[in-house]
Design a protein around this ligand. Sequence first.
Ligand SMILES: N[C@@H](CCC(=O)N[C@@H](CS)C(=O)NCC(=O)O)C(=O)O
Length: 203
Amino acid sequence: MTGPIHLYSMAYQDRSDRVRWLLEEMGVPYQNHFLKKSSGDLDSESYRALNPMGRVPTIVDGGITLHESAAICLYLADRYAAGCLAPTVEQIDLRAQYLQWMVFSVGSLECVIARMFTHVATPEQKAETHRFVNEQCQIFKKVLLPLLSKQEYILSSGFSAADIMLGAVIPGAQEFLVDGEAPIEAYMQRLMARDAAIRARVF
Ligand SMILES: N[C@@H](CCC(=O)N[C@@H](CS)C(=O)NCC(=O)O)C(=O)O
């Protein structure tokens, strides 16, 4: 490593949360850079050179510059915690499950949650959005509940970066996915109690 990893975000609780949590779990040195949208930091020439989309999070790790929170976590876990927080290709059965949950977190769950933050003009539209999110979460629960009833973490092998991704995203669907569902509530309690999550101020 050529010095600390630089992590660009706007706040502790934006999508940089999962990256910061993973860095804390791995004990890898990093430096936070908090950008202010209202000051135009996301549009500055220097930041656009790192992330032309003008979004956060972005990391710079030596010669590697990367955006998209899931890609960043996949990269970091492979590079600094392979076989520990990220199953390797030699553990292909676990690796397959790991990739599934890493991608599910952003590609399915976070996409559904994002619907709740899209502008709706009328109470009817709001009710329709809630109905949709609830319907999707019922489907997600059909898979999550049996799994988390028989094991502590999403992989049978134990805690991994996939729990970080899931744990950072699930609270966005608290009322649809967590409340009243004992196995998911207990899972979230386990994750929230982790020292690294507390240091990263995820919750
Ligand atoms: N899929 C991207 C989403 C990135 C994203 O939209 N980040 C938000 C903050 S959480 C952002 O940068 N918004 C810019 C803005 O509000 O202008 C990821 O997971 O990194």
